[in-house]
Design a protein around this ligand. Structure first.
Ligand SMILES: [Zn+2]
Length: 299
């Protein structure tokens, strides 16, 4: 039944950006979580034949070591999207600061990697209508920051999506590729949480979410692949948990492979670009929800 489409996304949060969004001290100038996380992720995707979309925090392209790794990812056929400029919560920023986080990040990543950037994900899923309007104004084709739950709709003032991709702003062509619904589960079941709680949690999530219309978005983070951080770099037990430093890279890799197998039993993994191309062909520019592509679009 591997007919419906899934896309694999990775948010490229290093240790500094994880600390920043939680308001913890930022330790050290280097970023081993980013380096080992991206290196191990690329190796994992090469071994499993996945082409992912990497959501880059734009200021990272100014770091030559990180830029070299991102260029290696481009050579291996992965796509890029924006995860903001500096990885701050966006929903309460002043208009000009918000515009910079959204529009400047798109330009900066595009220039550094020589590609056009079509996608955006807000740090900590901190979207609301104003943020999405800014994303549409900056020329993105899609956003992927919304959870299709009543609680998320209440917090953000956004309407609760139908199943699968939809257009959240009336009269605008911006598409939203929502996260899978966690159903009755207390937390999202993307791999980071499932690595903390166990692979059973991912299995339960796949079961409750049913067949998604539109792409099923599987969201990894660099923490899911990185080598554990040394104890003096993690801001206590909470930092240790949020960087998944209680697990070895080998344990995480094995469990990520198990999750990927589970996913492939239900879905065909396609690239986000190929999903978007089929959506455009299949649903036109004024459609409401999006028709999923068939397994023929697998890439
Ligand atoms: Zn993030």
């Amino acid at each position: 039944m591997a007919g419906a489409a899934a896309v694999v996304h990775v948010d490229l949060d290093g240790a500094r950006h994880i600390s920043r969004v939680h308001g913890w001290p930022e330790r050290g100038d280097d970023d081993p979580l980013f380096d080992t996380g991206l290196r191990n992720a690329l190796e994992f995707f090469r071994a499993t034949g996945v082409r992912a979309t990497l959501f880059v925090i734009a200021e990272d392209v100014r770091d030559p070591r990180k830029l070299a790794l991102l260029r290696e990812a481009a050579r291996q056929g992965h796509e890029f999207a924006s995860h903001s400029l500096t990885h701050r919560r966006l929903d309460r920023l002043a208009p000009e600061t918000l515009r910079r986080e959204v529009a400047e990040s798109r330009a900066l990543i595009g220039e550094a990697l020589g590609v056009e950037i079509h996608g955006f994900r807000a740090p900590a899923f901190s979207v609301n209508r104003r943020v999405l309007e800014c994303v549409a104004d900056a020329g993105y084709r899609y956003d992927s920051s919304v959870f299709p739950t009543r609680r998320f709709a209440k917090r953000t003032g956004l309407s609760r999506p139908a199943r699968g991709a939809y257009r959240p702003l009336p009269g605008r062509s911006l598409l939203e590729l929502p996260m899978p619904s966690p159903g009755p589960l207390p937390l999202p079941f993307h791999p980071s949480y499932s690595l903390v709680l166990g692979t059973w949690y991912f299995r339960a999530g796949l079961r409750v979410t049913g067949a998604a219309a539109g792409p099923f978005v599987v969201l990894f983070h660099l923490t899911d692949f990185a080598d554990p951080l040394a104890g003096d770099r993690t801001n206590g037990w909470r930092g240790r948990l949020f960087t998944l430093s209680h697990l070895t890279a080998a344990e995480k890799r094995q469990r990520c492979a198990e999750m990927l197998d589970r996913l492939r039993a239900r879905y065909s993994i396609v690239t986000t670009a190929s999903w978007l191309a089929h959506h455009r062909a299949g649903a036109g520019e004024d459609g409401g929800t999006a028709a999923p592509p068939t397994a023929a679009s697998r890439s």
